[in-house]
Design a protein around this ligand. Sequence first.
Ligand SMILES: C[C@@](CO)(OP(=O)(O)O)[C@H](O)COP(=O)(O)OP(=O)(O)OC[C@H]1O[C@@H](n2ccc(N)nc2=O)[C@H](O)[C@@H]1O
Ligand SMILES: Nc1ncnc2c1ncn2[C@@H]1O[C@H](COP(=O)(O)OP(=O)(O)O)[C@@H](O)[C@H]1O
Length: 284
Amino acid sequence: MRLLVKAPAKINLSLDILGKRSDGYHEIEMVMTTIDLADRLELVPLEEDRIEVTSQSRYVPDDQRNLAYQAANLLKTKFQIQQGVKISIDKAIPVAAGLAGGSSDAAAALKGLNQIWGLHLSTNELAQIGSEIGSDVSFCVHGGTALAQGRGEKISPLPTPPNCWVILAKPEIGVSTAEIYKNVNMKNVVHPNTKAMIKALKEQSYEGICNHLGNALEEVTLKMYPEVALIKEQMEKFGADAVLMSGSGPTVFGLVQHDSRLHRVYNGLRGFCSQVFAVRMLGH
Ligand SMILES: C[C@@](CO)(OP(=O)(O)O)[C@H](O)COP(=O)(O)OP(=O)(O)OC[C@H]1O[C@@H](n2ccc(N)nc2=O)[C@H](O)[C@@H]1O
Ligand SMILES: Nc1ncnc2c1ncn2[C@@H]1O[C@H](COP(=O)(O)OP(=O)(O)O)[C@@H](O)[C@H]1O
């Protein structure tokens, strides 16, 4: 049996930090959605009892540091699986970009191996196992659009946003999520209005979504990496309807509803940023 699984990236439409926890994590509240930019995993069972991970990207580890490896290993240990697997990752999502590429690969591996090894685990059970790998893995198991709470592992589904383009631009830097969270000063946090974002989604108000995009980590990353602020400015200048940094960054995304504007924003950014994508949100 050979299985192909898609692993889509996510963006954070809003990200709020409610406080610092005693376990080293932050209590957060995020509205997230999956987008049509995806890695592709090929899973092939091996006779030998070992996990093999390969990818064409030099930034992706091919050993136990790979989150897809960790997903396979966790299932093997929990369910005493004595079969191996070869995981080949065709990487399309930029690495260390705030787009949850690694987490989505882990989620895709969990879903695919659930099938290959006949484990019959539910989505909630897979999401629970995923949370042991990383805070964003639970959301990636569910996919779609959702509110994520706790350290990111408590998922409540939300309606798909109204149809629009998402233009992504990633500067030539990778950002460490841990480093950005470490530099958060709770006194300076600018809180987005999560309730208003949820209301906008429920009312299918594109304008409401644009008005309430907000990310409490943005200020920290922008201060450390001024090139991210520059991309934000450019995206606004070229006419995106609303612009925000995704997750801990450095990827910046802009929402655009009309095709005529899409080309202006996309081409404008291509001029000084090598990684630019124009995609749809998933669900359309
Ligand atoms: C910021 C976000 C927003 O979606 O995503 P990315 O920018 O990484 O894509 C997430 O909160 C990242 O989730 P994820 O990348 O899975 O984080 P983890 O591996 O669990 O944690 C990495 C480190 O980030 C910090 N961390 C993470 C989550 C959280 N709620 N509080 C934290 O303080 C901790 O220092 C932790 O050691
Ligand atoms: N399958 C994977 N794809 C990408 N990065 C991975 C993977 N597994 C582990 N990593 C490691 O995770 C780090 C964060 O990567 P990624 O998930 O792409 O970013 P982010 O947390 O910003 O969304 C990378 O620096 C990389 O070393």
